[in-house]
Design a protein around this ligand. Structure first.
Ligand SMILES: [Cu+2]
Ligand SMILES: [Zn+2]
Length: 186
């Protein structure tokens, strides 16, 4: 009986010691809470507006990740079918046909091509399929772009949706036809 009581006291003391030591360890290791927004990855966005008489609207987002910049483009009000999507060098959508956005963004002097080809423009995002509901989506991750300021930054560039598909071969445009959507990346 006496021995049992002593054992209980010892076990309780051990439990308390374990408890207090683990709690002090936790409080030493735990990082202070990060201020809201401090950990957010650099990101940019473009609102896509109709050009060349189309009814296209949409958004493009650019987010830096450990694997490069994640690009995501969504449109609505577009003609059903396959449409090229590129990042063009100028963030200028002022022309009615969006030719003010210039050529494909190509800071590394590559030929035009598919986004998964060994060589292609940084702004070559390939094709987007638009359904009968007029909606389309394309996403990719590329190491050829940054959001942060620099020679490859998407800031101040123009996202373009074309009337036709990119054939992924014709230089330097992919023979993608007119420009039916345009947005300035900010
Ligand atoms: Cu283009
Ligand atoms: Zn290109």
């Amino acid at each position: 009986m006496m021995r049992t009581r002593v054992l209980v006291v010892i076990l309780s003391a051990l439990a308390f010691a374990a408890c207090s030591s683990s709690s002090s360890t936790t409080s030493t290791v735990a990082a202070p809470p990060a201020p809201a927004g401090a950990a957010a990855a650099p990101s940019a966005k473009a609102d896509i507006e109709a050009r060349s008489g189309s009814t296209v609207s949409g958004t493009a987002t650019f987010t830096e990740t450990g694997d490069g910049v994640r690009v995501s483009v969504d449109v609505s009000g577009a003609p059903e079918g396959v449409h090229a999507v590129h990042l063009h060098e100028k963030g200028d959508c002022s022309a009615p046909d969006a030719t003010s956005a210039g050529g494909h963004f190509n800071p590394s002097g590559m030929p035009h091509g598919a986004p998964d080809a060994p060589n292609h423009h940084a702004g070559d995002f390939g094709n987007m399929t638009v359904g009968a509901d007029g909606k389309g989506h394309v996403a990719l991750t590329t190491r050829m772009l940054t959001v942060s300021a620099g020679p490859n930054s998407v800031l101040g560039r123009g996202i373009i949706v074309h009337a036709k598909a990119d054939d992924l071969q014709t230089q330097p445009t992919g023979n993608a036809g007119g420009r039916i959507g345009c947005g300035v990346v900010r």
